[in-house]
Design a protein around this ligand. Structure first.
Ligand code: M6R
Length: 610
């Protein structure tokens, strides 16, 4: 969603803000702006479109200041335009506010403020908040207090930063539901909605929790709760380096992240497989293993690609550990009053660890007394911190909006959890050893699949003008079909649907004609013959068949229009391999259509609003 940055110190904040915004652009990108204050001069610059437009303008104007805040927006209230872009100001135009989230009671607040004489020029909830803070600032004569008191009247989610010409030596920030991090420097401090914007400057950070508000000067910071209790916040060290968030010579982050998968999967497995014992070891679950293994039921909740990983997890855990698993969209779970028993374990999967629906579902599950565990990529993210325990997937920063390496790392971690539970329940030592050995081979097999990149690029050429796609798979590969379809629609805007292959005859078969490409995921597994029959059904209706098959599969060559042959592995791990050609296919189709694959329209990397 929106990105927030801020700086206070002795240097010119403008390049720091622009650089930070560029690093956050993947979170949201329909408009961008900065607000700066220096020696009684306050300036706002905001533009519709990408950060580069803002950048060109502020550099042309040679702006300079030692205090400033910046924002990239992903529209929620009001269309993307200059007026609705952040920062927003109070009516006196001496207070600037940037905001990530949604103020739910903004209409009521707006009416109350209008009665007091406030005027509104944008359609945003943020402008209402700027004036509410102004109102309380005038009453309390203290910016920090003004913000704190105002937030007591606010319902909804926010990560905010506020600066004022009347107190030009401070930034006030607050958080509820949207992430906010303070970067601690020497005689200078930073704020951001994401550590990616800070790592070029400092590795020392302080994470704000919900209902906390902090005052930042160039020499330090202090924090209180919104209810006015004093807080002692600890400074933490982050380990992500600036190099990890560059494109590394690739045309797009997405391609770089696809190509990184041998390494990212290796990192997700590193030190966690004990071959001799045939078990996995997950430090983050230490002390909880038996409780999880004895659960009556496991629920896995997530959104988007992470939800697809959860579906694969369901197949894995039920088959090998014999524990009933339910998978649920976090957005449904949070409002459904789900039945949760004390002996249930609930995993929440999230790459960003900031997805609002997943975080809200987690809080709901916690209230109901279940064991709540996180599977996250971003270290220190809200979901990771709100979980009782959990596992980091260690995929490294994922910047491309379409999730790729996080998915395969999530699957790797779910396989590790499966081995852990299965070995505690019903998997033999020998079977454990076999599986651990096979997992160890996965990174090299991914590397082999990636050598097919050029071939897949050529194949993509044939489908640039397709308007629909079907993706079909069975068992472990049904969620892979869903993920392949999601990748294609997200970045190429081609309508695509994933189905269990056998479901085709119950409806989607009506769509098949010579213009319909159908991608089958058909490894050599227990349902292979059945999938071959489904391929015949599509061919009989003149559909264009693309098959992801195993190297040893000879039968498929005669049936398909196009075959991508990849190494085989055991069914449980096959999704990790099978999804890679689908990522590449979606990527190349989108590039050939001339689309911006890293920042597809209407999407944001981390969905921090409902
Ligand atoms: O950060 P999360 O894993 O919680 O994000 C969940 C979804 O928003 C995310 O997977 C989304 O579907 C991606 N754009 C998929 O490529």
């Amino acid at each position: 969603m929106c990105g927030i940055v801020g700086y206070i110190g002795n240097n010119n904040c403008v390049p720091i803000l622009i650089e930070g915004l560029k690093r956050l652009e993947y979170r949201g990108y329909d408009s961008a702006g900065i607000g700066i204050i220096d020696k009684n001069v306050s300036i706002i610059e905001k533009y519709k479109g990408k950060v580069s437009i803002l950048e060109d303008n502020v550099y042309k104007k040679k702006l300079s200041a030692t205090l400033g805040i910046g924002h990239t927006r992903w529209a929620t209230h009001g269309e993307p335009n200059k007026i609705n872009a952040h920062p927003h100001q109070n009516n006196d135009k001496d207070l600037f506010l940037i905001h990530n989230g949604i103020i739910e009671n903004y209409q009521i607040l707006k009416e109350l403020l209008a009665k007091k004489g406030y005027k509104f020029y944008s359609q945003t909830d943020t402008e209402v908040l700027a004036n509410l803070i102004d109102f309380h600032f005038k009453k309390t004569k203290d910016l920090f207090e003004g913000v704190r008191v105002a937030l007591n009247e606010v319902e909804g989610a926010y990560g905010i930063a506020v600066i004022s010409k009347k107190e030009p030596d401070k930034i006030v920030v607050a958080k509820k539901g949207s992430p906010l991090v303070i970067g601690v420097g020497r005689n200078e401090n930073y704020i951001a909605s994401d550590v990616n914007a800070l790592i070029a400057h400092t590795s020392r950070v302080v994470y704000l929790e919900d209902d906390e508000v902090a005052l930042i000067t160039k020499d330090g910071f202090k924090a209180r709760t919104i209810a006015n209790h004093k807080l002692d916040k600890t400074i933490e060290e982050i380990t992500v380096s600036a190099d990890e968030i560059t494109k590394g010579g690739y045309q797009h982050y997405m391609l770089k992240e696809i190509m990184e998968q041998p390494e990212s999967v290796r990192n997700s497995l590193r030190g966690r497989l004990l071959e001799k014992e045939g078990i996995s070891k997950l430090g983050g679950l230490q002390g909880f293993e038996d409780r999880i293994a004895q659960s009556d039921r496991i629920i896995i909740s997530a959104c988007g690609t992470s939800w697809h990983a959860a579906l694969v997890g369901e197949y894995m855990i039920e088959e090998y550990a014999g524990i009933p698993v339910e998978v649920e969209y976090a957005s449904e779970f949070r409002y459904r009053n789900p039945i949760i028993n004390p002996n249930d374990t609930i995993f929440f999967i999230s790459q960003s660890g900031e997805t609002a629906d997943t975080l809200a579902a987690l809080k709901e599950a916690k209230k109901k007394g279940a064991l709540v565990l996180g599977i996250c990529n971003v270290v220190g993210s809200s979901i990771a911190r709100a979980s009782e325990a959990g596992v980091y997937i260690h995929a490294g920063p994922e910047i491309g909006v379409a999730s790729t390496k996080a998915f395969t790392a999530q699957l790797s971690v779910l396989a590790l959890i499966t081995i852990l539970l299965a070995r505690k329940r019903r998997m033999s030592h020998m079977d454990g050893r076999k599986l651990v050995k096979e997992m160890d081979l996965i990174p090299d097999k991914i590397a082999k699949i990636l050598t097919l990149n050029k071939k897949i690029e050529k194949l993509a050429e044939k489908f640039v003008n397709a308007t629909n796609f079907l993706y079909l798979g069975r068992g472990y590969n049904f969620p892979v079909a869903l993920e392949g379809a999601l990748k294609l629609k997200e970045i190429s805007y081609i309508h695509a649907e994933g189905y269990p292959a056998a479901e085709m005859k119950h409806g989607p078969i009506a769509l098949i004609d010579e213009n319909m490409p159908v991608v089958f995921i058909a490894p050599l597994d227990a349902v292979h013959e059945k999938v071959l029959s489904n391929i015949q059904e599509v061919k009989a209706r003149k559909g264009k068949v693309i098959v992801i098959a195993n190297e040893l599969d000879k039968k498929v060559d005669k049936m398909a229009d196009h075959v991508i042959k990849i190494p085989s592995t055991c069914p449980l791990l096959a999704p990790i391999l099978n999804v890679i050609p689908l990522q590449l296919l979606a990527y190349h189709i989108a590039v050939k259509k001339g689309l911006n694959v890293d920042q597809p329209r209407n999407l944001a990397k981390s969905v921090t609003v409902e």
